[in-house]
Write a protein that binds this ligand. Structure first.
Ligand SMILES: [Zn+2]
Length: 690
């Protein structure tokens, strides 16, 4: 063996050997069922197809690979199903930035051309993420790889949309949606960030009553003033009318218990077309919502005032706010500074504009209730401090899910309209002449929410039956509501079973000082550079050591460099053990050494404890444990005792073999390399029994 371990020479070679051995690929589900073997399944969270990996991806690859290597060695039929995501808005957004650099915009191209351009762009880059996952050692079954826009996946996603529609769980309706006028699309409530903002509170006199608002420009679309019916100051005014300043329209004063008596003056203006609470007040009042939208929507999807805003038409929202405030004259009694939380676009951070649009919604109540029941019964368990509670909170308070997106990059909705009216049908193909297809695409999460089901259903024969429900869903906690929650809701709806037994949530990877990694601080680490420099094993070990489900962890180049010492430690121990082979004098001592029994017992104990930790998915503790036992017990003490003849060579060699097996899931490359050197006639370590 060489004096030092050289990861550069061995990693790619070893990976190819693993891949060629077929060990990543379990039998087709049908054949697995015949063997009666226990299955272990992880569906990989699909990274964006066009992005190189960041350190968060390296984290999930490491943790999942440790799980699958461990269970594979235990003799289970292991499927780790990889894929990539078209990532609708994210990708279109990145592509549009490139267009801007070339002086173009998405509006310069027709739909088909734009789609094709993004398709080409994504496919040019889509090999990168896969190659990088391989560099990290991901022992995934690439023969079952899926992309979210594969034709068979798209077909399944549409099929499930048809089913939801047929059963009344998808409907089309005019509602307020969270619209970003910059990005030009609606979002679900999950994609809206909330930021504290210093604004002004305007006190405006409407006849006999004073209202408080942060958005005076929306008064042009007011249809009422609301007070709390319990409010003794205003109770007697309910049913009376006031004249809307500037506009001159007569509007009623209504009672609604949602009005907070403590806020402002306790009287609020009601603008249903531009505020979610006001919309609900109007629905409760039984007003005609179509008319309200037709006559009182005063802001358009372009972020400008509409013709309903009269002389303010064409102004931006900010311009209109200033103009209205100055036009109000004496009716504007007072303005004061006001700190409040504003919904902003998670992509571009502009203020989100609630706008009425006709869109498709998923009725979430029944779906969410079943997901809650799966948590209650323990059918699905969430690992990660407090995230179970967060998920329950989301599931309990969810509004109907808007799944229409005004972008081209995604699955175009299989919905058709007669051009002359508003009737629609849902269907795979056009119902006939004169029908045009919906231009919106599905929310990305609508298709990725079906991921465990559709990837297995379109896999090899019997895959769904053999591998569903999956064993572990391992992903970052920040996509718990976007993804994990939707997979539970849709998975249970489609199959009657929650798609996974355990959800393992990993935290953010922060820098060595615990700061968030960001371009502006300049502390972002590139996982592939570190692999290049220190080897994949070193990065894997640095990421996983002492990580805890649901909690953030710190990693940086120093930590990775430190872990290279560990890989070298394993290599050097291998050299020592290999040299024992030729030592004749040592063999004479075999069988009568004082410490051999203790040594064997200790190896048993380590294996038991490590197995327990891994079975309980405590992967960070497991890494720490086996690291310490190998370094500080085996290398520091036992090798020394062997040198003194207290432990026989055979026993030490056996112990080392056991350690290579136990270390393999964590540091697969160096252990495989040492295994080849020391036990050259044997099969690959990856296929060795635990
Ligand atoms: Zn935006």
């Amino acid at each position: 063996m060489d004096k030092n371990y050289n990861h550069k020479d061995s990693e790619t070679k070893i990976y190819t050997e693993w891949e060629n051995s077929g060990v990543f690929t379990p039998l087709a589900g049908d054949d697995v069922a015949k063997t009666g073997r226990k299955t272990f399944t992880i569906i990989m969270p699909p990274p964006n197809a066009n992005d190189p990996l960041h350190v968060g991806h390296a984290m999930f690859v490491t943790i999942e690979d440790i799980f699958v290597r461990f269970h594979r060695m235990k003799g289970e039929a292991v499927l780790w199903l990889p894929g990539t995501d078209h990532a609708g808005i994210e990708t279109q957004f990145v592509f549009e930035k490139k267009l801007t650099k070339r002086g173009k915009s998405r509006f310069d191209f027709d739909r088909e051309t734009l789609y094709q351009m993004i398709w080409d762009y994504v496919h040019e880059n889509s090999g990168v993420a896969i190659d990088q996952m391989k560099r990290l050692g991901a022992s995934a079954d690439w023969s079952r790889y899926k992309f979210t826009l594969d034709p068979e996946i798209v077909k399944e996603v549409k099929k499930n949309f048809f089913k939801l529609h047929e059963e009344g769980l998808v409907y089309r309706s005019v509602k307020l949606v969270n619209y970003c006028t910059k990005c030009g699309t609606a979002y679900s409530e999950l994609e809206v960030d909330h930021e504290d903002k210093e604004d002004k509170l305007y006190m405006i006199r409407y006849g006999q009553i004073v209202v408080a608002t942060t958005r005076p420009e929306t008064m042009l679309g007011d249809v009422a003033v609301a007070v709390n019916p319990e409010d003794l100051r205003y109770k007697h005014l309910i049913g009376q009318k006031v004249i809307l300043p500037l506009v001159g329209r007569e509007i009623p004063i209504v009672g609604d218990s949602m009005v907070d008596m403590e806020f402002g003056t306790g009287a609020v203006k009601i603008t249903p077309a531009h505020d979610n609470n006001d919309w609900e007040v109007a629905v409760r009042q039984g007003w005609n919502m179509d008319e309200i939208v037709r006559d009182h929507q005063i802001i358009g999807t372009n972020g400008k005032m509409t013709k309903n805003a009269g002389k303010y038409e064409g102004l931006s929202v900010a311009e209109a706010r200033e103009k209205v405030a100055s036009d109000l004259g004496e009716a504007l009694l007072e303005t004061k500074p006001y700190l409040h939380s504003v919904g902003t676009c998670y992509r571009c951070h502009r203020a989100i504009e609630p706008l009425p649009m006709k869109q498709f919604f998923v009725k979430v109540k029944t779906l969410a209730d079943k997901a809650l029941a799966a948590l209650d019964s323990g059918e699905t368990v969430i690992l990660g401090s407090g995230h179970d509670k967060i998920l329950r909170h989301w599931l309990t308070n969810l509004r109907d899910w808007n799944i229409s997106r005004q972008i081209v990059w995604g699955i175009r909705m299989p919905v058709w309209y007669k051009t002359q009216n508003d009737d629609y049908v849902v269907s795979e193909t056009s119902p006939g002449d004169g029908w045009v297809q919906e231009t919106d695409t599905f929310d990305t999460w609508f298709s990725s929410g079906q991921w465990p089901v559709v990837t297995l259903e379109t896999g090899k024969p019997g895959d769904f039956e053999a591998f569903y429900p999956t064993t572990v869903m391992e992903t970052a906690y920040d996509i718990l509501p976007f993804w994990v929650m939707r997979m539970m809701m849709l998975g249970i709806y489609m199959t009657g079973k929650s798609p996974f037994k355990t959800v393992y949530l990993h935290g953010l990877v922060r820098d060595e000082q615990g700061r968030k990694m960001s371009k502006s601080i300049g502390n972002v680490i590139n996982p592939l550079e570190l692999v290049e420099k220190y080897g994949a094993d070193s990065l894997r070990m640095a990421l996983v050591m002492s990580t805890t489900a649901g909690q953030d962890s710190n990693t940086g180049e120093n930590k990775v460099r430190g872990m290279r010492n560990f890989a070298n430690k394993i290599w050097n121990a291998g050299r020592y053990v290999q040299d024992l082979k030729t030592s004749i004098t040592q063999e004479l001592k075999a069988g009568n050494n004082e410490r051999d029994d203790d040594f064997r017992m200790k190896i048993q104990e380590v294996r038991q404890e490590l197995t327990r930790l891994l079975e309980e998915n405590r992967v960070g503790l497991a890494a720490e444990y086996v690291y310490n036992e190998f370094w500080h017990w085996f290398c520091d003490v036992q090798i020394e005792e062997n040198k003194q003849g207290k432990i026989s060579d055979e026993v030490l060699k056996d112990g080392f073999k056991s350690f290579l097996v136990m270390l393999h899931p964590f540091v697969p490359f160096v252990t495989e390399a040492v295994w080849k050197e020391v036990y050259s006639n044997q099969k690959l370590l990856i296929s060795e029994k635990w």
